[in-house]
Design a protein around this ligand. Structure first.
Ligand code: F6R
Length: 610
């Protein structure tokens, strides 16, 4: 959730730290801080509640802090409300240690009590201060030893950046269950929670694994295991463009990323089609393993889970195998039925979501094979899966996901076609029809995006409704879930998504004059059924904004007050098209309401706490 950065080199550290933090602000944005060590100035710490800009202004873009080594942090509060004092870096009582942290130290209360009984004075409510004070408590002149003892004492999840005034030429990094990346520059080394903070400075990186500790100086970098035994790390080259992590003339990252979807899908799909067939080089499961598969669990959170809901319909239809889609946070604790014949399909944009990661580890422990769909190359979920299928969406910065959702869904179609081909569960004509429509999705999305002002107009009609419902059946229901989440996240309008046939079993009591119901009626054979449900809500005073394919728009407009029409396609591919007007509707509604679209309240992009 929080973002951390660190720099050691020959240049002024503060501007580099602030720049890195500006690229991580989507991880947390309730407060920020930096600590820089300079020969003359010693340890300088600046922290401020609020957006990063408040800190930047306070320290004049970093120009008033001097020194070539430092750490920085942008916070998503867990322990202690957002405030100057609770911001990181947290500093030990005598100022020797400055610590930035992402994660949660679970035994912080007992450690705090212990340290207090030893006379240590605490100033903040954070769990992180415990780490800073513990380092000081264990420090007897050897930095690495103090770090080792501290890490063996704390329990929980952490990515840590540590600066020690006694060793002003080196930074310490450590990780367990929270992402941490090290960057290799010319006469400099970096640490960051996310590669986007580094790509301006270096493309050569390595990922710390759980339990590892790194020691960084300007010219050297050493990695150790939890007992300080040296570890060899492989360097990886990251080829994301810096421009991909910038707004490029758009008002928000979200609209930029919505517009990037056709290209992102092309990049994800095209290289995996050869001679009219889907080829998944990264897929490690044999035909036999697929045939023997007893069930397929799809495990994910949030929007990735919504892709999973669509995937259940798609994969069951194509593979004729039982598919269960489960929320990662539930899967972990539900004593799932998993055998060696079970396949776990894990979906995650960041590859770092802690619930998804833990559920994946649980599935593996119980014997399942794991295939993941991940956007961030080298992320923990990617590294720990048996097979990983990357979505080539490029960095996604807006908190509300758009292009990651679309590319994940595209990979689901690829998996469905590929496995159906191996299993022989799909006849050739249908295979060809789905595959050729999949390849046409980007062009059709371009048509939808070209007409985005129509959606903006609908948003201007309905943006002030207090409550909205999204109804649909089958794949339309899956799209409704995502449409509703997008709206809630960025516009703060109360909204629910319902399977259209289920509404009358209780929730229809909430429909009253002025409620907006978005009726998704794209799905071929169920069109009439959804229209009937739209009629039911209309009779109770709701306004209906319908969505369907162009050939049915006139039909739907007999019931709906307004209709969004999308190009025709194979019914199975409709979610790929229908989700984009939903994203645009949420975006323009939030814009009308003056919301902070890229940084919605209470949210962070990468959810690395349980
Ligand atoms: C919603 C959104 C979240 C994520 C969820 C899982 O717009 O972005 O619901 O989908 O937090 O994140 P990943 O896919 O990174 O595991």
């Amino acid at each position: 959730m929080c973002g951390i950065v660190g720099y050691v080199g020959r240049e002024e550290a503060a501007p580099i730290l602030l720049d890195g933090l500006s690229r991580l602000e989507y991880r947390g944005y309730d407060s920020a801080g930096v600590a820089v060590y300079g020969k003359e100035a010693g340890m300088q710490v600046a922290k401020a509640k609020g957006r990063l800009q408040v800190l930047c202004d306070q320290i004049q873009g970093g120009n008033i802090l001097h020194g070539a080594i430092g750490v920085g942090h942008t916070r998503w509060a867990t322990h202690g409300a957002p405030s100057d004092v609770n911001s990181h870096p947290q500093v030990s009582e005598n100022g020797r240690f400055a610590v930035v942290h992402n994660g949660i130290i679970e035994n912080y209360a007992e450690l705090r009590e212990f340290l207090q009984s030893e006379g240590v004075q605490f100033v903040s409510d954070t769990d992180t201060e415990v780490a800073a004070q513990l380092l000081e408590y264990y420090y007897q002149g050897n930095l690495l030893e103090a770090v080792e003892r501290t890490l063996h004492t704390i329990r929980g999840a952490y990515a840590l950046g540590i600066l020690c005034a006694d060793c002003p030429d080196r930074l310490i990094a450590a990780r367990k269950d929270s992402p941490l990346i090290l960057g290799f520059g010319a006469g400099a080394h970096y640490l960051a929670s996310d590669v986007t903070a580094l790509i301006k400075y270096t493309r050569e990186v390595c990922w710390l694994d759980d339990g590892e500790i790194a020691e960084l100086t300007a010219d050297h970098l050493w990695v150790y295991d939890a007992y300080l035994r040296p570890v060899e790390k492989e360097h990886r080259h990251v080829d994301w463009e810096i421009s991909a992590a910038e707004k490029g003339g758009y008002e928000h990252f979200m609209i930029k990323e919505i517009m990037e979807q056709p290209e992102a899908i092309r990049k994800t799909v095209s290289p995996r089609i050869r001679d009219g067939r889907v080829v998944l080089d990264d897929w490690q499961l044999t035909v036999r393993e697929l045939e023997e598969m007893d069930r397929l669990y799809i495990i994910a959170c949030g929007s990735s889970y919504h892709v999973g809901v669509a995937a259940k319909y798609i994969l069951e239809k194509l593979l004729r195998k039982p598919v269960e889609v489960t929320l990662a946070s539930e899967f972990r604790y539900c004593d799932p039925i998993v055998s060696e014949r079970t396949l776990a399909l894990v979906i995650s944009q960041s590859g770092e979501t802690i619930d998804t990661l833990a559920a994946m580890r649980e599935a593996r422990r119980l014997g399942a094979k794991v295939v993941s769909i991940v956007n961030v190359v080298g992320s923990t979920i990617a590294r720990e899966s048996d097979s990983v299928l990357y979505t080539w969406a490029g960095p996604e910065i807006a908190v509300a996901t758009t292009k990651a959702y679309s590319t994940q869904l595209a990979v689901i179609y690829l998996i469905g076609l590929y496995c159906a081909d191996l299993l022989g569960t799909l006849d050739r004509t249908e295979y060809d029809a789905i595959l050729s429509e999949l390849q046409r999705v980007p062009d059709k999305l371009e048509e939808i995006l070209k007409d985005r002002e129509d959606i903006q107009y609908f948003a201007s009609l309905y943006f002030n409704r207090p409550s909205m419902f999204f109804i649909g059946r089958n794949l339309d229901y899956a799209v409704g879930l995502e449409g509703s989440l997008k709206l809630k996240e960025i516009s703060y309008i109360h909204s629910e998504a319902y399977a259209a046939g289920e509404l009358k079993h209780g929730t229809i009591s909430l429909i009253e004059p002025g409620t907006l119901v978005v009726a998704l009626a794209g799905c071929g054979p169920l069109f009439e059924k959804t229209v009937s449900n739209a009629v039911e809500v209309k009779s109770r005073g709701a306004d209906v904004l319908g969505l369907t394919t162009r050939d049915r728009a006139a039909d739907l407009s007999r019931t709906a007050d307004d209709v969004i029409s999308i190009p025709e396609t194979h019914p199975m591919l409709l979610p790929s098209l229908a989700v984009v007007p939903m994203q645009l509707f949420a975006y323009y509604t939030a814009l009308q309401r003056g919301c902070d679209i890229d940084k919605p309240r209470n949210l962070a992009k990468s959810v690395t706490v349980e």
